[in-house]
Design a protein around this ligand. Sequence first.
Ligand code: PMP
Length: 410
Amino acid sequence: MTNNREKRSRLADRTDRGFDLEARIDGRKERGLRRDLTPVESVSERSRYAEDPGADQPVFGKRTEMMVFASNNYLGLATDERVQRAASSVADSIGTGAGASRLVTGDTPVHRALERDLAESKGTERALVFSSGYAANVGTITALDPDVVFSDAYNHASIVDGCRLSDAEIVVYDHCDATALADAMADRAPDSDESWLVVTDSVFSMDGDVAPLGAVCNVAERYGAWVMVDEAHATGVFEDGGGIVQREGLTGRVHVQLGTLSKALAAQGGFVAASGPVIEHLSNTARSFVFSTGLSPPAAAAARTALSIARNGSRRTQLWDNVERLRTGLESLGFDVLGTTHIVPVLIGNRTEAMELATHLEEAGIIAPAIRPPTVPDGTSRIRLAPMATHTERDVEQCVAAFERAEEKR
Ligand code: PMP
């Protein structure tokens, strides 16, 4: 009571009811959390930091070509001529923006064609594209409106935000631990007639590890829960250009396969692949779909071409060769390399040391940022490497050599 009254009188004394953003910005700087936007000239595996024409003075002063080991453009298709041509020809024929929600006048043949291709690739009845993977997660979880969501502790922020925006009770289970999931379900089971959703990333972006999807499905099936898998980092990269759901043969057991068009599929946007009723429901009730302009047609065209290259081409083989070369090279130098996928995080531990290593790498012409708390737990700072299909053997060797030299300087 007293506290509330004190707080009220303190607030009444305030002359400025704004937000004191300077203090918050300074606070972030003091805690080492402030980050800069850093424009680059292109999104290919080699790029330069870009000049900012609006700046009073050159922002970076660094104009040398850098090798990019930090992009999610895993197959290097965002600068592939076929993909670029697909986007520009649809910009010419259909237009650059959808102009309205898909439910109004923003629905075009290229959206439909992409959705058919995605559904075919994912082995589902239908698919629906959103303006981003973030919007797809938030819209899907809220529209399903589960009573309880069981969510992996390391799930992406857009899943976390979808859970928070929904009215569901959120049960967070230990990362990649199907036994912990089973225990959490067993604790609730006896008098439960609620709807349950299990949601997990398939490939985790900061650890490069893979959810035990088969075990997750087994547990979920025991209780009749639905399973939703976010394949943002996996789509296009695994079996036949699919994700982990395809690799593990779980297509019929996962109720919602979600992904993004912005990583291996080289464009922008998100999608859900699922049964007819799920897609019908989402297209009418997912607020981030209904109340948002349709995906831009050129992005849809680019993603469609990228998907067909990912499914049929040799880009995946090139990517996995590079992954293998990078993992083996770093491990033979004694680095602690996490995960088992095309995301190659190198565990350093201490946040300052990770930042120093990132600076050494940058001086050697390699862009590979340090990932620190709060993004990852204290004491687990790391360099997150993401090789691309378009890196050459020599590029990867240079990256490994740069780690070796940086290590000698430490
Ligand atoms: N899910 C996961 C696992 C992601 O890593 C991301 C993006 N980093 C998203 C969803 C969001 O996708 P988008 O960038 O298309 O909004």
